[in-house]
Write a new protein. Structure first.
Length: 261
């Protein structure tokens, strides 16, 4: 009985630690300040905007000659410097791009959470004003882009490697943990996407081990007829093809071309 009680006590302590520190497992920001935008992407400029809870966030804006802007909401790791190849590829097609960083990422103040990331995305959308916008969400950022699209309909929505909800993706990566019971940040993509009224493209890699293809396909099923599903054969979750590949760039350009004039 004593050994049993010790095991139970240890498990309770571990569960308590996981509850307290779970966001350190979810959000993996590169918090270092990034270089000036123009030194990374020709013609780009550093911009800032302020969230509803008073955080001043830094971002990069890449101008273009088209009237549809791409708002990029990144995944749970890195910062905007890592997504510069995507911005360059889209700018080469004439599309303006806003590469935002969430709170705690890329030198920005604050600590990330589900509601915090949504405050950041709303501030980025306000910064773009009345222009037509295509939202591009990457992995965790696909969840951010989906909720933003349900609130503020875009000209188009591109979801790269989306999961149905964070618990489903978390269970894949931490199969030994009771993720569903412990998780505070939910990111319910499949639940929200049925309320999105915008043309949607969902891309996934057949060798993605972080967000398995079945989760992205389930998101497409939940989206219904408004969604186009694009399979990128042989692609893993963090492969370069998801930044500069023809499937990704082509999906964004196609939605921009179809945006109402």
């Amino acid at each position: 009985m004593r050994a049993f009680l010790v095991v139970v006590a240890v498990l309770l302590v571990l569960i308590g630690l996981l509850w307290a520190f779970q966001r350190q497992l979810i959000y993996l920001p590169d918090s270092q300040p990034v270089p000036p935008a123009a030194t990374v992407i020709p013609g780009a400029r550093d911009v800032t905007f302020t969230t509803d809870d008073g955080l001043r966030l830094s971002a990069w804006f890449v101008p273009g000659d088209r009237d549809v802007t791409v708002l990029v909401t990144g995944g749970n790791a890195g910062n905007r410097l890592h997504r510069a190849p995507l911005a360059r590829a889209l700018a080469a097609r004439g599309l303006p791009v806003l590469l935002m960083d969430y709170r705690g990422y890329g030198g920005n103040a604050g600590s990330p959470s589900e509601e915090g990331l949504m405050l950041d995305a709303r501030a980025a959308r306000r910064f773009l004003g009345e222009t037509k916008v295509v939202y591009f969400g990457e992995s965790l950022g696909a969840a951010v882009a989906t909720r933003l699209a349900a609130e503020s309909p875009p000209a188009g929505l591109v979801l790269r490697s989306p999961f149905t909800d964070l618990a489903a993706a978390g269970q894949v990566n931490y199969p030994f943990l009771p993720v569903q019971l412990l998780l505070r940040d939910r990111f319910p993509v499949a639940e929200l996407i049925s309320g999105v009224r915008a043309p949607t493209v969902i891309l996934y890699g057949t060798r993605d081990t972080i967000v398995p293809p079945r989760l992205s396909r389930s998101v497409a099923e939940a989206a219904g007829d408004s969604a186009t599903l694009v399979e990128v054969a042989g692609a893993g979750h963090n492969d370069q093809v998801f930044l500069t590949g023809p499937e990704v760039v082509g999906a964004v350009v196609k939605l921009a071309d179809a945006a109402p004039r």
